[in-house]
Ligand binder design. Structure first.
Ligand code: ZN
Length: 252
């Protein structure tokens, strides 16, 4: 991003740090963050300081957003980019937080030129080139999903231009290996959902390859050993992409 950004970031880091008590409070209940070895935790805290300096939080629908909320969201948002860096979230700056799930109006024109409109109730949304929108209620209380990691995984996916489940791969990673791992996993998962089977991952992952990537990214950080056991090839690709091996941190 250039020397100016580097210089600004060094200044921000020289002037700001996160109080331990606030960090502990904000990450209470986030076991996947609390189990980080201390050098990684310190690195995450520095990234969070930069994230809070460079991203603008906006509260919607009368929510009063506290430092603890901001910090909790930032810590979870920064975990996926711990080894990638904040530039992976470049090009947009807003994080909008609603108190609960929010409604968005959808419009679609079908092949006959008929306009369809409907309302969607969402816990989170990531807009290409725009903000990440989150429900605080879902972020804080929904044990079935991690909406923060989910939406920020979409942001990484969108860096490739479209949300298609294929983020920009690093040099040395093979697109073919990525596709082979994800297509097999996604197809098998979709079959299981279509046959009405109980699935370990949220069935929502069967909606689209980009949703599968976002949902399995949540699991990769929260329950990495289970991902490694069930989807070893996908785990390997995620390990190479995120440049982290979270299964090594998880206590058995
Ligand atoms: Zn999604």
């Amino acid at each position: 991003m250039g020397w100016l950004t580097d210089w600004r970031r060094r200044r921000v880091l020289a002037k700001h740090r996160i109080e331990d008590a606030l960090w502990d409070d904000a990450t209470r209940g986030l076991e996947f963050i609390r189990r980080l070895p201390s050098p990684d935790r310190e690195k995450l805290k520095r990234l969070v300081v930069l994230f809070l300096a460079e991203k603008q939080f906006a509260a919607a629908h009368g929510l009063e957003i506290t430092d603890r909320m901001r910090l909790s969201i930032a810590a979870q948002a920064c975990l996926p980019i711990l080894e990638l860096g904040l530039d992976w979230y470049a090009g947009w700056s807003g994080v909008v937080v609603y108190p609960g799930d929010f409604r968005v109006r959808r419009t679609e024109v079908d092949e006959h030129g008929v306009v369809h409109e409907w309302d969607d109730e969402l816990a989170g949304e990531a807009m290409p080139g725009g903000p990440v929108v989150l429900s605080w209620d879902a972020a804080a209380h929904d044990a079935a999903m991690n909406v923060v990691i989910h939406e920020f995984a979409h942001k990484l996916d969108m860096l490739g231009g479209v949300a298609d489940g294929l983020p920009p791969l690093h040099p040395g990673m093979e697109r073919r290996a990525w596709h082979a791992a994800f297509e097999e996993a996604y197809r098998g998962f979709r079959d299981a959902v279509e046959r009405g089977k109980d699935t370990w991952l949220d069935p929502y992952a069967a909606e689209h390859p980009s949703e599968f990537f976002a949902v399995i990214s949540e699991a990769f950080f929260e329950e990495p050993r289970e991902v490694r056991r069930r989807y070893p090839d996908v785990y390997d690709q995620l390990r190479l992409f995120y440049r982290q091996d979270p299964a090594l941190r998880e206590r058995s």
